[in-house]
Design a protein around this ligand. Structure first.
Ligand SMILES: [Zn+2]
Length: 95
């Protein structure tokens, strides 16, 4: 990682490591908040996250539409997140 940025107390590399767990809802509330804070403020993860970039962009869309998000939109975004997951090709996912 050439440009690891520390935003919200987490580095970009840590965000990318935690992203699949975030999508699965396996993180504790404190980490979830840190991931959200980081992604809402970090362009690097979205542009240079490699195979994670698509996933990051979907998470960011979800963050930006969080207020007043209808259930159907929320469900569709979660489907999009899960659809993006297999392409990520992480080693520790249970899929
Ligand atoms: Zn980042």
């Amino acid at each position: 990682m050439a440009k690891d940025r520390n935003i919200g107390g987490l580095l970009c590399s840590q965000i990318l490591e935690n992203l699949s767990e975030y999508v699965d809802g396996n993180l504790d509330q404190k980490t979830i908040e840190a991931v959200r804070l980081h992604l809402s403020d970090c362009q690097w993860c979205e542009e240079f996250g490699g195979s994670f970039a698509q996933l990051v962009s979907v998470v960011r869309i979800q963050l930006n539409t969080d207020n007043g998000l209808s259930d159907s939109v929320s469900v569709r975004l979660n489907h999009a997140l899960r659809a993006a997951l297999p392409k990520v090709g992480t080693s520790g996912t249970k899929y």
